[in-house]
Design a protein around this ligand. Sequence first.
Ligand SMILES: NC(=O)c1ccc[n+]([C@@H]2O[C@H](COP(=O)([O-])OP(=O)(O)OC[C@H]3O[C@@H](n4cnc5c(N)ncnc54)[C@H](O)[C@@H]3O)[C@@H](O)[C@H]2O)c1
Ligand SMILES: O=C(O)C[C@H](O)C(=O)O
Length: 352
Amino acid sequence: MEANQRIARISAHLHPQNFQEEDRSLLRRDDCRAKGGTPGFKVAILGAAGGIGQPLALLMKMNPLVSALHLYDVVNSPGVTADISHMDTAAVVHGFLGQSQLESALTGMDLVIIPAGVPRKPGMTRDDLFKINAGIVKTLCEGIAKFCPNAIVNLISNPVNSTVPIAAEVFKKAGTYDPKRLLGVTMLDVVRANTFVAEVLGIDPRDVDVPVVGGHAGVTILPLLSQVKPPSSFSREEIDYLTNRIQDGGTEVVQAKAGTGSATLSMAYAAVKFADACLRGLRGDAGVVECAFVASQVTELPFFATKVRLGRTGAEEIYQLGPLNEYERSGLEKAKKELAESIQKGISFIRK
Ligand SMILES: NC(=O)c1ccc[n+]([C@@H]2O[C@H](COP(=O)([O-])OP(=O)(O)OC[C@H]3O[C@@H](n4cnc5c(N)ncnc54)[C@H](O)[C@@H]3O)[C@@H](O)[C@H]2O)c1
Ligand SMILES: O=C(O)C[C@H](O)C(=O)O
């Protein structure tokens, strides 16, 4: 490559506002070249300049499985890109600003993570975000269907119980839908559940595994405390305390942030934990199992969060719920009632 081409390539990914059509082929070639020669996956973050997007970009830049990291937003992506790109880790970082650069941001991606959209303020439910976020998710998924239809999608934008059905409908309309590749991110519920259960048991949260099923809002978040690992028993008081705290974890943060947003740092941690599991699955690692909100036949609902096995093609196996106690069976009925409405709301938004 000529010296002037090398400079143009560097300039194009540091200053996405100056991005020219002819830069595209240079960027593609650059994406194929992981610094240090390590092969890896290409990952895009849509909403990369936001409260979740920035720490998520930081942590993905540190992930050795990532060779190219595309940071897309409608504002501020040049600054975030310049900042993150100075980290001396292998992933090559490119920034993309605004709808006209969505194609370049998405082309060739293996994994697309979507934290784009508005967060809650105190007093709001996640469903109150539907009005704004439904349209954002629709537009971004139309881009994915066009420019990287085979990518795995990790959808974070709320209300997840509705945005995942929206994404599915967009992909169906475009003829690109593969349920295995569309995953609603519920990992933060598991991260919280592991932490709160570990506090009660007085053990290291890294040694705890709590399956959290259902969906990602209020009563639809259903921790299965009877299936906690290591096997543990809880008093009725502890079960009530843990179930409520896990279901209200998001609200706890929204209230503490007092109008400035919702969980961003713990969410970025959870998103990276989940994205890393997806990438290990894509690489062909065996036994990668995490909870996610996916198309499912575990209940009568078309989508449901359970443990899934992640493989080369996405969510390759959806696990059944396992034995539930009376408390969990009653929680499941409440969860399904609310979930059914949220799922239908998402589907109707596209089919209307
Ligand atoms: N699934 C979960 O567990 C979970 C956890 C926390 C937050 N969330 C949700 O994640 C979303 C983002 O939260 P946040 O705190 O990062 O919000 P934020 O407002 O800080 O950031 C959102 C970013 O999205 C960008 N954006 C808006 N429209 C866009 C578009 N059309 N294309 C690309 N980018 C666009 C904004 O410019 C902003 O940078 C919210 O909907 C929030 O409720 C989900
Ligand atoms: O609670 C929110 O609005 C954000 C997110 O869904 C969370 O669980 O923290």
